[in-house]
Ligand binder design. Sequence first.
Ligand SMILES: CC(C)(COP(=O)(O)OP(=O)(O)OC[C@H]1O[C@@H](n2cnc3c(N)ncnc32)[C@H](O)[C@@H]1OP(=O)(O)O)[C@@H](O)C(=O)NCCC(=O)NCCS
Length: 134
Amino acid sequence: MHTTAVRTICAPHYAKEIIDGWLALRNAEGYRKVIERGAIFVAERAGEIVGFGEAQPGQVLAVYVDPSTARLGVGTLLLQRALEIARRNYDGPIRLESTLNAISFYERAGFRAIERSGVQRGNVVVPVGVMQQG
Ligand SMILES: CC(C)(COP(=O)(O)OP(=O)(O)OC[C@H]1O[C@@H](n2cnc3c(N)ncnc32)[C@H](O)[C@@H]1OP(=O)(O)O)[C@@H](O)C(=O)NCCC(=O)NCCS
């Protein structure tokens, strides 16, 4: 789902080389540790996983939705859950690094873009917007 969302929803906002480099080293096994320590939560629809998220105090780390269920509110539900986790025992501003395609999604949830940045993914630097709420 992660790679499908990137190839479908993020891809129009990035050069092909960036998308290919971003995903080149990913495989299902790479998600095992983070799942085993309970850091990933999912959204289900009719028994199928249609999205996942990850957060830690002060930070939203991931919100990804299956492209076939995009624009149905799944991302908003996942973000609400991520924000509950981000605010646990934490009073400061909540930050995230948004892919360029998701900036308006986070703006609608009250985040504002602070600066452009880039995150290293494999051999490429993926441009992102640093956003903050509160
Ligand atoms: C960003 C993402 C999680 C949004 O999930 P979603 O389930 O489609 O979002 P929602 O249906 O809850 O959308 C809520 C609002 O956000 C805004 N929004 C969502 N996707 C948008 C898009 N592609 N373009 C513009 N606005 C968008 C809209 O205002 C939308 O409300 P509307 O549909 O009534 O107009 C989803 O597009 C996704 O998985 N993208 C790929 C992964 C990604 O970029 N994740 C963020 C990494 S930081």
